[in-house]
Design a protein around this ligand. Structure first.
Ligand SMILES: Cc1cc2nc3c(=O)[nH]c(=O)nc-3n(C[C@H](O)[C@H](O)[C@H](O)COP(=O)(O)O)c2cc1C
Length: 218
């Protein structure tokens, strides 16, 4: 797959079928992930791939509790506000996120990246994104989620046997599976509106009114 296609269309693909993700694809995703850079090339990561149905059902219960907690705290009123103001993009995200919370038990594969001894906390995310890009290139949809790490990290660690006392910290739970939806271009605020030139607040000399890659460019 062309790198731009992967970069521009790797979306949060929460709606996936329960069809298992073959081991060859899991291997390719993991092999791509661990090629990523890390501070000082420390590679202070461990990854737990979970496909066992019973474990995923249990994690799904934790996930829906965590999602409810998020909606009672940081996201309080978010869905209602989006609906009443006609903010369709946010309504779509909230509906999709709710689908995952309601259907987590059918996700065929969840990858849990753990990291430690990284003061920046940044070294794990290039690898997580590489995992997601590799999945995308093999037709597997992913969603990077952090709500379990925020509200249920101890419960998940106990379930997976993670030795948190040795400093391992959960970075995400990446859900993976064959998409039920379609891949599309990720819509974002254009780069020239979020980029400054030389000093804060100075707009760049360029603008990008249309994405520089589109599905038609395939
Ligand atoms: C750091 C991070 C944490 C996220 N946590 C969650 C989560 O807990 N649950 C969820 O459903 N989506 C989660 N997402 C997915 C985002 O909601 C999603 O990437 C964003 O809405 C853009 O979606 P799109 O690429 O399909 O446009 C997370 C994404 C990131 C980067």
């Amino acid at each position: 797959m062309d790198i731009n296609e992967a970069l521009y269309t790797t979306r949060a693909m929460r709606r996936v079928s329960s069809d298992p993700v073959p081991d060859d694809i899991v291997k390719a995703m993991m092999d791509a992930a661990i090629r990523s850079p890390s501070g000082g090339n420390s590679q202070n990561w461990r990854w737990v791939t979970v496909a066992d149905r019973n474990t995923i059902v249990t994690i799904g219960d934790l996930y829906s509790d965590a999602w409810a907690q998020l909606n009672e705290t940081f996201y309080k009123g978010k869905a209602e506000q989006a609906r009443s103001s006609g903010d369709k993009a946010t309504v779509r995200v909230m509906n999709s996120a709710q689908w995952l919370a309601d259907n987590f038990a059918q996700v065929p594969l969840v990858v849990f990246p753990y990291h430690r001894n990284d003061p920046s906390g940044a070294s794990i995310y290039p690898a997580v994104w590489s995992l997601m890009l590799s999945a995308r290139s093999q037709g597997i949809g992913t969603c990077l989620t952090t709500v379990l790490g925020t509200f249920k990290h101890q419960e998940v660690a106990d379930l997976l046997g993670v030795p948190v006392e040795k400093g391992w910290i959960n970075a995400a739970a990446v859900t993976c599976g064959y998409p039920l939806g379609k891949w599309g271009l990720a819509k974002r605020a254009p780069a020239h509106l979020v980029t400054y030139s030389e000093t804060w607040g100075e707009p760049p000399t360029w603008t990008i009114d249309e994405p520089l890659w589109k599905p038609d460019d395939r």
